[in-house]
Structure formats: C-alpha cells, structure tokens
Design a protein around this ligand. Structure first.
Ligand SMILES: NC(=O)c1ccc[n+]([C@@H]2O[C@H](COP(=O)([O-])OP(=O)(O)OC[C@H]3O[C@@H](n4cnc5c(N)ncnc54)[C@H](OP(=O)(O)O)[C@@H]3O)[C@@H](O)[C@H]2O)c1
Length: 255
C-alpha cells in the first residue's frame, strides 16, 4: 500500500522536484497547489515513471479554511510525511504594495503552514512516527528591505520549525527546515523581484535533493549549497544593519 506524503506547492519549482523524488522513493503523493491543470500534469508524469498512487487537491492556501478542508478530505489517507513548501514573495516599497497581497503572503507562508502542521501532527503523534519538512529560506537569517514581509515570514518559519523539532525530540516525529538560497524557479518572476545577474542560483532539483536527504536523515536544518551555508553564517554574525544593507543592494532594481 505504501506511505503517503503530502506536498504543498507541488505544481512547480522545488515542490515539483520534491514530488519526483518522493515518487522515486515509492511514496504515494497528495499534491496541493492552486493550478489544477499543472497538478494533474505533475501527477501524470509521476504515474508514468513510478507505481505509486496520487491525489490531486487544488486549493488556495491564502483561504483561511483551506488547511482544514485538506485535512478533512484526507481522513482515510494516513499522511506520514508533510511537506509545507508552498510560498511566495512580493517585492517593492512596503507602503506601495497592496495590503491584501501582503496578508495573503502571511496566510500562505506562515498561517497555513502552522495550521497544516498542527492538524497532521495529531495523527502522527498517535502513530508515534512522522516527518515534517518546512521550506524556509536563507532569507530567514536577516531582514529584507523591499521584501519585508517575505523575509519576516521565512524568519518565522525557521524559528517555529526549529522550536517544534526540539519540542518533538524523542516522539518519533522529526521536523526539518529547508533553507534554500536563490534557486532557479518561477519564484522571482512571480514576486517581481529583481536579482543581480551575478547572484549564484541553484537548480531546483539540487535543492530538493538536499531537502529530501535531510528529511530522511531527520536533520533539523538543511542549507543546500556551500555558498548558501557561508552567506547564512555571515548574515548571522554580521551587525543586522550591514546584513540588511547587503539584501537591499541585492534586490535593487537595475542590478
Ligand atoms: N526560488 C527561490 O529562490 C527560493 C529561495 C528560498 C526559498 N524558496 C521557497 O521555496 C518554496 C517553493 O518556491 P519555488 O522557488 O519552487 O517557487 P515557485 O516555482 O513559484 O513555486 C511555488 C509553489 O507554491 C504554490 N503556491 C503559491 N501560492 C499558493 C497558494 N496561495 N495556494 C497554494 N499554493 C500556492 C505554487 O502553485 P500555484 O501557483 O499552482 O498555486 C507553486 O507550486 C517557497 O516557499 C519559497 O518561498 C524559494
């Protein structure tokens, strides 16, 4: 019958690559995102390559009721791995960005992640095993002028997930926080976020592989790529004013 993994944001980028890795590992998959056509394409591609089962659950995680609807529709599907990957950013001067977009960002990146974690953790605790992968970012390690809400949301995901991992020690449930640096996906276009052409970008496949490996080993934090590890350490050790100035320069239009 096989174990089930649920992946949010499985329609593109890192989530899509994670779905391929889980399928290759023999996991049945619940695929969540808004774009149903793309989710069905992903499901077809996975079924082509592996003998797993899939469920496609199109939904908008910016809607407050979405996590409960997902949980309720999976009452007969024991989820042993939860991957909270869906997320988006928005770039620009804070005062000029529509507040609705900012609150949607907080709902998707933080509230839905917390709610899905809380809901799916209960049956995992009852079974005495489970794995959770929460996708944060290297953005978690410093403030991000002109990308304020996004950077703050990832700092929240990091802190929340690390604390939960420590709290769940010895329960059989592991929580892994994946902190990618800049990765070649649709993320920057969707966020209308300029990035320096000199900024090194990782491929989504390599990021997903690092996350999958770390999750399976029960690691608490995974920062894929040597340069991301180094810049994360530098950000943590630098005065916050300097770290924030570096981010502002990276995201300056025209670079
Ligand atoms: N790319 C980077 O440089 C980078 C760096 C660090 C961290 N990350 C994080 O990695 C995660 C994956 O992003 P990505 O880089 O793979 O970008 P992406 O290609 O834009 O993928 C984002 C995924 O999230 C889903 N999503 C967005 N809003 C949603 C909503 N309201 N409801 C349900 N699903 C939603 C999207 O699907 P639909 O549009 O179909 O809903 C898509 O599947 C995000 O949490 C992002 O913050 C990315």
């Amino acid at each position: 019958m096989g174990d089930w993994a649920l992946i949010t944001g499985a329609s593109s980028g890192i989530g899509h690559e994670l779905a391929k890795l889980f399928a290759a590992g023999g996991f049945n998959l619940v695929l969540v995102a808004r774009n149903e056509a793309r989710l069905r394409q992903v499901a077809a591609e996975l079924l082509d390559q592996s003998a797993i089962r899939t469920k496609v659950l199109p939904c908008d995680l910016a809607s407050a009721s979405a996590p409960d609807q997902i949980f309720d529709s999976l009452r007969d599907t024991p989820i042993s791995i939860l991957v909270n990957n869906a997320g988006f950013g928005v770039h620009g001067p804070f005062a000029g960005i529509d507040l609705g977009v900012q609150t949607d960002l907080m709902q998707v990146n933080m509230t839905a992640l917390v709610r899905l974690t809380h809901l799916f953790l209960q049956p995992m605790l009852a079974r005495g095993h489970g794995r959770i992968l929460n996708v944060a970012s290297t953005a978690a390690f410093q403030p991000g002028p002109t990308v304020n809400a996004y950077y703050a949301s990832k700092a929240f995901v990091f802190s929340f997930s690390y604390a939960l991992a420590a709290e769940l020690k010895d329960t059989g449930i592991t929580v892994t926080t994946l902190c990618p640096g800049s990765t070649r996906t649709e993320f920057f276009d969707r966020a209308r976020m300029p990035v320096s052409r000199k900024l090194p970008m990782m491929e989504a496949r390599a990021v997903a592989e690092a996350g999958y490996r770390g999750l399976m080993r029960g690691k608490r934090v995974v920062i894929p790529g040597a340069s991301n590890k180094i810049t994360s350490l530098l950000a943590k050790w630098s005065p916050v004013r300097l770290a924030a100035a570096v981010v502002a320069a990276i995201h300056k239009p025209g670079r």
